[in-house]
Design a protein around this ligand. Structure first.
Ligand code: FAD
Ligand code: FES
Ligand code: FES
Length: 1286
């Protein structure tokens, strides 16, 4: 059992969250403290509770978020600051981040910014964009205070006031329990824990360990459990005996030897790093070349929570081909000491040590005792490199250690070792290449080495991990970096004939480093006369933020267990397209605690379901149409039992052809959903005729997983009569959930209540796909007549729930010599998956945004929805808009490259002007793009930046881009543009507000309370929102389309107005009375103190046939400038600067709105530069967790980020002149993508390449490197890939 399960299920301490169960998100972070009797010291570490075996915590103290403070008692400054700095939106990541910061402060009460950045490497947040978290916590740092560059005056204010913060008083912290110190001083005793499936033994001495290993040669040694834990949870491996050498002194010791330092195998990576740092600071540089290389590897090794527990021995013995340390140890020729009952032996870490994939030369009864890491000598140079998709906390694409020894005082190579991970099933040495290099050095050697490496470092076409061309290019490019680094050092040492590296090459030898971020937020303060009670327009904190920071906020899975409650686990298809021949459940039913198996046979109502069209099934019946298709579910007493049993269900299939996975497959097979949509305006033939140039191009835009930190969760509670059921669901669509559950159960919707307190993020992923799980859970609860709950594991969630649609755009564009576009014919293809879901509306929105902000006189857009054997893709922030606009920026970029005109100039001359019409004939009134553009150019210092960007180095290039966005606000399904609210006034003056929207972190409830408070004229503290429920406000639209504040805000306003009118007579009678007096007087006068409100957006409606009417109520506008730097040799990039100017009308709450702008922008950064869903050609999703799927982390935020909300831009079409903000800013991250493209253009120019080139999204290091064609890319050739682009 893990510590996390124990905390949540046994102790009901639900503040610690489950986000991934694989150590990749940090939501489960707690602080573990232990006493080290050898150093007489207490050590505090942040640890991932999801990987920490409960048995490993003997004699440890565990501090959870609940333990450090609460709203009910006293907040801890760490909790207060993240909340008040607006660093908590949905709050699901917040307790983990709080605990990482807390653990850091326990070790270092005034940390540096670098300490903080390191502490957060293992924490993810999907909502905030990280900036406000860092901003809040900067107040603890040495560098301290709030942002130096924040402007004051000019009507602009700060988003929070640091002077309000409680001081940190380290003396007030909880003490380590003294009894654990005395226990720790006693001689260690061996321990045994006997579980259902596993025997855990913690021996007290090395001898006992070796005896046990002789008895149980197959037993695993577990130190950090960061590898074994993953194998048992995700790879379905079972190790019946585990030996835990935690307290064995010999394995944890660190000793100096003549040649280096010997580290016991259980020494943690944190300890290793600490020791090596000390040595590097103490010894001359030449002695510590290997140590420095290891430190560089550790900088990018996992997150701190992992490094705090993971051991060197675990890394070596896992024998992973992408281990970060093994190539270094191998190139350095480290000495390993192995031991068993039979005695010790020493081995050198060379290419024979790893005997196969995850195999070593150890005998079964042997263990690794220690590793000696050598000092280096004069004339020896060592480097290590790790290249990964995301720099922080990511597994390596390629990792290597490179070691060269020169003959004394010369540049003649005496010995060289190049060791690579990520090239073969084991860590390998490039022996042939090394042999060829002995006795030489210089340019010619470099060229020869590169050709030799290209020959030696081959990869099979189907090599796991894919990216074959890229990996081979990297193997060579990294050697080139090593060559330059050594060359530079030789020159520094004045070695004969060695000259300094050319200045424009020098950047190639710099280690990847990002400066600490700074930021500026600008917004318009409320006018001086505004009443202090009127909270509209003020940056008030998200009203649940404090509870979120203390872990008191209740999410769906935090609802206490029902005594007779059961758990559900899904049984899903492993085939993409097949008939189900049989389902065998005997083994599953034999698992202890299993109650039943649920399948299509158990539905009392209809098995047909779907949010818009009923074209899918609750449970697959006879046929599956994607991997991950839900076939059935197991219900059991615990989640572990349910999951074990679900894995034991055997399904046999008969496969059906064709299996259509990619858009290209669908085009080949003409596999499309109907209708095919078209929007056309002008006369294309005429437009092309009038053009000076015509070009054609293509772009593929990859999909995106929502990666809300809280996965889908439902608790269904049968009420015992009339088929009534109460559902607690993490959903954006309470009413849709209610309707689809009612349909499946065959009862009227009035018998089903769906309740939503809050979500740990939604982003569109819980708009329709959440109903699939809710319906399954409801059917199971109906069958067993007991409460049933299911919170999907991250891998299940990613597998079954679908994401943003991948798009493929093909275009033909006609334009004048100056870049003015005259005609555009664009075709979109979206990868819809195995059911329609919301894909038609998503395609329509893509078409509505095919012009982005550009006035194209003659234009036609056509959209095809590809029917494929993938899980149904669905809504995701932007809802097709970003994909539509991304294609338009691609042709803008092509036009600019073709005309040789700067892209910003092409954008500017094509921009719409006030009063012009879109392709769907909607007039652009209150058009503010021109103002946003000007301000953005100004605050970003665009022109000076441009001049600087043009000063180029050969191997690092900078790029700059400015991108506008226009986003239509309204649901394009007209009937959804309605909302309801219900307001109750109680006789003590308190107000219970309910409306149709759900809270998923965006601050909707906070804004609605602000609206009610202003309308009723009472403080926000009198108003409470408890939840969203279908029995208070019925027939609600999903909380989506950015329109929820607009719609619900008006409904709340409407209800409050009704109540105000009813109170008017009592106010008139007692003008000096208080709110409470008027409410009481009305009550005694028998006035109804409950009112509902309603709103429907007027004048909406668009007809595709006639291309007339208004699809949107209005548009939101924004502009962003981004500057990046790419490393042409590795494809890594840094986001150096982003400025955003966003028109949010008259902001209801600038803190929340800026939070949405930054959060959406960072999600867009993920979409366009980082996140890549990878599928096998058979439709199997490889990327099922944070280990392989990389969302932006703390280190990905721009080093300099400026966000400005456009001033004086009231919007008369929404509540209190505000504007929608949730989705529109996301697309502005395209500025980063096109800045990267700008930098690649400069790199290509070095190789004599010019003109348009295709760059697909996301611009990952692989794509960037491959696009920067040079002499190294020419040495490798392309293979058939391991994965396919869907
Ligand atoms: C989120 C996450 C991120 C990660 N990031 C990285 C990364 O960036 N780079 C990287 O290289 N790895 C990474 N890893 C892999 C893993 O953390 C490391 O390999 C780690 O060093 C394993 O150490 P451990 O103590 O946790 O091993 P455990 O899981 O406790 O054990 C691992 C294996 O080593 C064996 N073993 C341990 N000690 C001995 C011994 N003394 N003698 C014989 N066998 C022994 C065990 O039997 C077991 O097979 C990551 C893992 C996770 C979960
Ligand atoms: S839940 Fe533990 S790291 Fe994600
Ligand atoms: S606030 Fe961080 S994930 Fe939602």
């Amino acid at each position: 059992m893990t510590l996390l399960i124990f905390l949540r299920r046994k102790l009901s301490l639900t503040g610690t969250k489950l986000g991934c169960a694989e150590g990749g998100c940090g939501a489960c972070t707690v602080m573990v403290s232990r006493f080290n009797p050898h150093h007489n010291q207490i050590i505090h570490h942040a640890v991932n509770a999801c990987l920490a075996p409960l048995c490993s915590l003997h004699h440890c103290a565990v501090t959870t978020v609940e333990g450090i403070g609460s709203v009910a008692s006293k907040l801890h400054p760490v909790q207060e600051r993240i909340a008040k700095a607006h660093g908590s939106q949905c709050g699901f990541c917040t307790p983990g981040i709080v605990m990482s910061m807390y653990a850091l402060l326990r070790n270092s009460p005034q940390p540096s910014m670098q300490d903080m950045e390191e502490a957060f490497q293992g924490n993810l947040c999907r909502c905030t964009g990280y900036r406000p978290i860092l901003e809040g916590y900067k107040t603890f740092a040495k560098e301290g205070g709030c942002c130096r560059s924040r402007r004051k005056g000019n009507g602009c204010q700060q988003l929070f006031d640091p002077s309000e913060f409680m001081p940190l008083d380290p003396t007030q912290e909880i003490i380590f329990p003294p009894e654990l110190i005395s226990l720790g001083k006693q001689p260690p005793r061996s321990l045994r824990f006997i579980g259902e499936r596993v025997l855990w033994i913690q021996p007290s001495s090395l001898n006992e360990l070796l005896e046990l290993k002789a008895v149980y040669p197959a037993a695993k040694l577990v130190v950090g459990n960061t590898e074994v834990g993953i194998e048992m949870k995700f790879k379905n491996l079972l190790y019946p005996v585990i030996l835990a050498p935690a307290y064995i002194q010999e394995l944890s010791s660190i000793q100096y030897t003549e040649n280096g330092i010997e580290f016991g195998a259980s020494v943690t990576l944190t300890m290793l790093g600490k020791k090596l740092h000390e040595e590097v600071n103490k010894l001359p540089n030449y002695r510590t070349e290997v140590f420095q290389a290891i430190l560089e590897q550790l900088r990018w090794f996992a997150g701190q929570q992992i490094r705090n527990v993971a051991a060197i021995g675990g890394n070596i013995m896992t024998a992973s081909p992408i281990s970060d340390l093994n190539p270094v140890f191998m190139a350095a020729g480290c000495k390993l000491t192995l031991t068993s009952k039979e005695g010790k032996r020493a081995l050198q870490m060379d290419d024979k040590f790893f005997s196969g994939y995850r195999k070593t030369a150890l005998k079964p009864e042997e263990i690794l005792l220690s590793i000696e890491i050598p000092y280096t000598k004069k004339g020896q140079y060592f480097s290590a490199f790790k290249q990964s998709t995301r720099k922080e906390d990511d597994i390596a694409t390629i990792t290597c250690g490179m070691n060269v020894v020169f003959q004394q005082g010369s540049n003649i190579v005496k010995d060289i070792k190049l060791s690579y991970g990520g090239i073969a099933p084991t860590t390998v040495l490039a022996t042939a290449t090394c042999n060829r290099l002995i006795g030489r050095w210089g340019e010619e050697l470099m060229e020869d080495a590169c050709s030799s490496l290209a020959e030696e470092m081959t990869l099979s076409p189907s090599a796991p991990g894919g990216m074959v061309t890229y990996r081979r290019t990297l193997a060579i490019s990294l050697f080139f970096k090593f060559y330059l680094t050594v060359q530079h050092k030789l020159a520094q040492m004045s070695v004969y004939m060695c000259v300094y590296v050319k200045p424009n090459y020098a950047s190639a030898i710099e280690l990847f480093h990002v400066d600490s971020p700074t930021s500026v937020q600008l917004y318009q303060a409320v006018p001086p006369g505004q009443s202090t009670d009127d909270m509209v327009g003020r940056p008030i904190m998200h009203l649940s933020a404090l509870k979120q920071a203390t872990g008191e906020a209740v999410y769906c899975d935090d609802i206490p267990q029902y005594e007779n409650g059961l758990y559900l686990a899904l049984v899903t298809s492993t085939k993409a397209h097949a008939y189900i021949k049989s389902i065998e459940t005997d083994d599953a039913m034999a698992v202890p605690g299993v109650v039943t198996f649920v399948s299509a046979k158990d539905l009392p109502g209809s098995n047909k379901t779907g949010p818009a069209v009923c074209d899918e099934t609750v449970f697959a019946d006879n046929k599956v149409t994607c991997v991950g298709h839900i076939v059935g579910a197991i219900v059991a007493d615990t989640q572990a039992h349910a999951q074990t049993a679900a894995k034991a269900v055997k399904i046999s299939y008969e496969e059906i052809q064709p299996v259509i996975i990619t858009i290209q497959d669908a085009i080949t097979n003409q596999s499309f959903y109907q209708p095919v949509r078209t929007i056309e305006k002008g006369d294309l033939a005429k437009g092309f005729h009038e053009s000076d140039n015509i070009l054609e191009g293509e772009i593929h835009i990859g999909g995106q997983d929502h990666f809300y930190l809280e996965t889908n969760c439902t608790l269904a509670v049968p009420q015992g009569e009339d088929g009534e059921m109460e559902l607690f669901v993490s959903t954006q669509s309470a009413s849709k959930t209610q309707a689809l559950v009612a349909k499946a159960l065959g009862v009227p919707a009035s018998h089903i209540v769906c309740r939503v307190k809050r979500m740990g993020g939604g982003f569109g992923g819980k708009e329709s796909r959440s109903t699939i799980l809710s319906t399954v859970v409801a059917v199971a609860a109906h069958k067993v007549k007991r409460p049933v709950r299911c919170m999907l594991d991250r891998d299940e969630d990613m597998l079954v729930s679908g994401g943003r649609h991948p798009f493929f755009g093909r275009y033909k564009v006609g334009f004048k010599k100056n870049g003015k576009v005259m005609a555009l014919d664009v075709t979109y293809y979206s990868n819809v998956g195995n059911s329609m879901d919301l894909s038609l509306s998503i395609m329509e929105r893509a078409l509505f945004h095919m012009d982005n902000c550009y006035n194209i006189p003659h234009i036609r857009g056509t959209g095809y929805m590809c029917k494929t054997n993938l899980p149904s893709n669905t809504a995701f922030r932007g809802f097709g808009g970003p994909q539509g606009m991304m294609v338009s920026e691609s042709w803008i970029s092509d036009v600019a490259l073709c005309c040789g005109v700067p892209a910003e100039q092409v954008r500017e001359i094509n921009l719409y002007k006030q009063g012009e019409y879109t392709p769907f004939n909607q007039c652009l009134d209150q058009f503010t793009i021109d103002r946003c553009w000007k301000e953005c150019v100004n605050i970003s210092d665009f022109h000076q930046r441009k001049a600087r960007v043009e000063l180029q180095h050969r191997w690092t290039k900078r790029g700059l881009s400015i991108v506008p966005t226009k986003f239509g606000i309204s649901f394009t399904a007209i009937f959804l543009n309605q909302a309801g609210a219900l307001v109750h006034l109680y006789t003590d003056g308190s107000v219970l507000l309910t409306h149709g929207g759900t809270e998923m972190g965006q601050g909707l409830h906070t804004k609605m309370i602000q609206v009610a408070s202003k309308t009723l004229g009472i403080p926000t503290s009198k108003i409470h929102i408890s939840e969203t429920s279908t029995n208070t406000v019925p027939n609600t639209s999903p909380t989506a389309a950015s329109a929820s504040s607009d719609l619900n805000g008006m409904a709340v306003y409407n209800a409050c107005q009704t109540l105000l009118q009813r109170l008017d007579p009592y106010k008139a009678r007692n003008p000096k009375g208080s709110w409470e007096d008027w409410v009481k007087a009305a009550y005694f006068d028998r006035v109804n103190l409950s009112a509902n409100g309603f709103y429907r957006t007027p004048d909406l409606g668009y007809d595709f046939e006639t291309n007339s009417g208004h699809p949107f109520n209005y548009f939101s506008y924004g502009v962003a400038v981004s500057e990046v730097e790419i490393d042409c040799l590795t494809g890594s990039h840094k986001n150096l600067h982003t400025s955003i100017v966003m028109d949010v009308g008259k902001s209801l709450n600038p803190a929340l709105d800026i939070g949405q702008v930054e959060g959406a922008f960072m999600q867009g950064v993920g979409l366009f530069t980082l996140e890549e869903l990878r599928y096998s050609p058979q439709g199997y999703l490889y990327t099922r967790g944070p280990g392989m799927y990389k969302i932006p982390a703390f280190g990905d935020i721009p080093t300099e980020l400026k966000v400005s909300l456009l001033r004086d831009a009231p919007n008369e079409k929404a509540i209190f002149s505000s504007k929608a903000v949730g989705e529109p800013p996301l697309f502005l991250a395209a500025s980063v993508f096109y800045a990267i493209k700008d930098a690649i253009t400069a790199a290509r120019a070095e190789s004599g390449l010019s003109g348009p080139f295709r760059l697909d999204s996301p611009a990952t290091p692989e794509r960037i490197r491959n696009a920067c064609e040079d002499k190294f890319t020419k040495l490798v050739w392309t293979y058939t890939p391991w994965d396919v682009r869907v």
